[in-house]
Design a protein around this ligand. Structure first.
Ligand SMILES: *[C@@H]1O[C@H](CO)[C@@H](O)[C@H](O)[C@H]1NC(C)=O
Length: 293
């Protein structure tokens, strides 16, 4: 049973990584937001709203000069953030590449050694099981100790909640932006193996500015069905948007997205190749806005 689950997860990860490779084209629109100290607002989707700070200063210690470069560098790790091996994994990766900047000392405030170790302790094995690796140059002892107060410390890990980890279940859609839709019940984990509703809500907030542009009438329905697949009766517990809907939304909203987010490409997670065509009988069921729930 465990082996079967692992094989399924491996399959999902392969898809996610292939998609990451395929989606390397982007429109290079850079918005220069001038800030006295050269600070810029964090716009990278896997980090924004998840950190105890909102701004960073580039270049970082890896020589990245734009958040588009940072996004490209860390998108491979997005799946581990979602998989939730540790709540400190995201914090660590984001703090390493998009550190807070302390204006009073003119120094970047990166992750503490303890934050690195905690993330590594919890995620190294999962990465190995999924045929990836803890990167060699992410050495924890090169970071400052938490007693220095000049680095980002780990959060306390919640108790693992083992039973429900890979089990698909339907429950009311509690993402606040997804109320008043024709669908009320969703299923978790989603396509990205996310199951923590607090994190889903935080991540969903990333799209508020895009929703506010009104770029497409069904953007909200599309995002809700992606982040929390609809549970349609018991027969179709995992109904995601059809590729045709994704393509329409992407075509209408991609430019707005780039303008709002420092030239970032349409996020990997909402790339249209991952959605099934309405026409074909693929293994995942999909919906179009005209369907009756
Ligand atoms: C869900 O995520 C939040 C925010 O990262 C975290 O505080 C909480 O402990 C997580 N819950 C579980 C069960 O992992």
């Amino acid at each position: 049973m465990r082996r079967r689950n692992m094989a399924r997860i491996q399959w999902l990860f392969n898809i996610i990584n292939v998609i990451a490779l395929v989606t390397s084209q982007l429109t290079d629109i850079s918005i220069v937001t001038s800030h006295p100290e050269g600070l810029e607002e964090i716009v990278v989707p896997m980090c924004k709203n998840f950190l105890p700070y909102t701004h960073t200063r580039l270049p970082n210690s890896h020589g990245h000069t734009t958040q588009v470069e940072v996004y490209r560098h860390i998108e491979h790790y997005w799946s581990y953030m979602d998989y939730g091996c540790s709540i400190n994994f995201r914090k660590f990766v984001c703090a390493m590449f998009l550190p807070e900047y302390d204006v009073s000392t003119s120094r970047a405030v990166g992750p503490c050694k303890e934050l690195c170790s905690q993330a590594k302790r919890k995620c190294k094995k999962v990465m190995q099981q999924l045929r990836s690796k803890w990167p060699k140059n992410w050495k924890c002892n090169k970071f400052k100790g938490a007693n220095s107060n000049a680095c980002l410390k780990p959060w306390r890990e919640p108790n693992p909640d083992r039973g429900s980890v890979h089990h698909l279940y339907c429950s009311p859609i509690r993402i606040s932006q997804c109320q008043n839709l024709p669908y009320h019940i969703g299923s978790l984990p989603n396509l990205f193996l996310q199951r923590n509703i607090t994190e889903l809500q935080t991540e969903f907030g990333y799209y508020d500015s895009l929703l506010a542009t009104g770029c497409h009438a069904h953007l909200r329905l599309f995002l809700c069905g992606t982040y929390m697949p609809f549970c349609v009766h018991n027969a179709n517990p995992f109904t995601i948007p059809c590729r045709e809907l994704c393509e329409e939304v992407e075509a209408a909203c991609e430019v707005h997205f780039a303008l709002l987010n420092g030239g970032l490409p349409w996020p990997q997670k909402v790339q249209c190749h991952r959605f099934p065509l309405a026409e074909s009988q693929e293994r995942l069921r999909c919906f179009m806005p005209t369907d009756q729930p």
